[in-house]
Design a protein around this ligand. Sequence first.
Ligand SMILES: [Zn+2]
Length: 79
Amino acid sequence: MKMTLKRKTHIIFAVMVLGFLTIVAGSGSGRAWVIPAGLLLCLTGFLLLLAWMRCPHCGKSLLRGRGTRCPHCKREIDL
Ligand SMILES: [Zn+2]
């Protein structure tokens, strides 16, 4: 199974939403571990974002880019 940029984005989004929901749902429950667990998930999503959102050609960050071309080398990105 090929890991496309779109799939990576979905995974990152899912991890961050899960972390957020863990914090929201757990904050009222009185369980002390849910906040750090939720924050850890959010942090993991953020680190994945930094690690994965890169151009496959030049390796530079795509976080500022829009569309299907790399903002740095202008080459087509496989979404
Ligand atoms: Zn590039």
